[in-house]
Design a protein around this ligand. Structure first.
Ligand code: A3P
Length: 317
């Protein structure tokens, strides 16, 4: 691949050239690093995070496997923690994509977060085992959101094809994407190891890691927002509950509301080598959309893999 290593700081090149690579189904090559697959435009950021990230004890981390409800979690956490700071009428979430309200630390974190006032809310898709010791060994709290792997796969397929289209790369067939997903060869894959690591941490340190499920959030958004608020150290007062503040946050952060905002319909942003559009983060937001795209046999196969990999952990996906 002529683009391999292009734009990547010199000192990564030696490392990167030793890693297994795969064409995958992302628009760019995937590289396998410490048992997980990363697009080549992200991996330098992960290595940089491991080597240079300076944690603050008050940092709060929002973690997820991609396409599991990250955008929603970011919006809810941001709206909840800042509820006394902003009026609904001119709330930042109405003019900014949730990804711009809470920065991601997997890519070029330094420029975005070093000047941020504490307490910072930061986001990463990084698997737990790859996080720097400074984060793993800290008392910082983390919130992880997981989702039914079948819906994640379908969501990822739509997202990736949209990404491929905006970057002028031919689309990938569903069957091929499915095969690779089942082999764990995908963006931050395999999903089962990613989810299992955070699940185990949440069992080991429930006061540090809050483990949420996208399906449960959809079934009871208000209950989950209250859980989030308590975990973040800013529970809703009885008066706030009476005044309907929880419901306001749920409405502000709903898919319908965010999807139809100008900022989320029109804007694009560029990561090194690749162009994203904000609209691609908002699609259907439903439980069970996999039924519209996966055959029964495919679903059974993926279910079987997930059960084999995480069975016995007490977690169901
Ligand atoms: P679908 O593709 O199934 O619709 P992520 O934010 O981790 O990239 O995940 C994207 C998925 O979350 C997409 O799922 C998207 O539609 C859904 N989503 C985005 N914003 C949401 C919101 N505010 N509420 C519920 N789901 C949302």
């Amino acid at each position: 691949d002529p683009n391999r290593g292009k734009g990547v700081p010199e000192y990564y090149n030696d490392l990167i050239s030793t890693l297994p690579s795969h064409k995958g189904w992302e628009p760019t090559l995937l590289l396998k690093y410490q048992d997980f697959w990363f697009p080549e435009y992200i991996l330098p950021g992960i290595v940089n995070l491991q080597q240079h990230f300076k944690v603050r004890p008050s940092d709060l981390f929002l973690m997820s496997y991609p396409k599991s409800g990250t955008t929603w979690l970011k919006a809810l956490a941001f709206a909840t923690i800042n509820r006394n700071r902003y009026q609904l009428a001119n709330h930042p979430l109405l003019s900014h994509n949730p990804h711009d309200c809470i920065p991601v630390i997997d890519v070029d974190f330094a420029s975005k977060i070093e000047g941020m006032p504490s307490p910072r809310i930061l986001h990463s898709h990084c698997p737990f085992s790859l996080l720097p010791d400074s984060i793993k060994g800290s008392d910082c709290r983390m919130i992880y959101v997981c989702r039914d792997a079948r819906d994640v796969m379908v969501s990822d397929w739509f997202f990736t094809n949209r990404l491929r289209r905006s970057n002028g790369v031919e689309l990938v067939q569903f069957g091929k994407a499915f095969e690779l997903f089942c082999e764990g060869v995908c963006y931050y894959g395999p999903i089962w190891d990613h989810v299992l690591e955070y699940w185990e941490e949440s069992l080991r340190m429930p006061e540090r890691v809050l483990f949420l499920k996208y399906e449960e959030m959809l079934a009871d958004p208000a209950g989950n927002v209250k859980k989030l608020a308590e975990f973040m150290g800013c529970p809703f007062s009885p008066d706030e509950e009476k005044e309907g503040v929880v419901g306001e946050i749920v409405r502000l952060c709903s898919l319908e509301e965010l999807k139809n905002l100008e900022v989320n319909k029109r804007s694009e942003f560029i990561m090194p080598h690749i162009k994203f559009d904000y609209g691609s983060y908002f699609r259907k937001g439903e439980v069970g959309d996999w039924r519209n795209h996966m055959s029964f046999e495919m679903a059974l196969r993926l279910d079987g893999i997930i059960r084999e990999k995480i069975g016995g952990s007490g977690l169901t996906l």
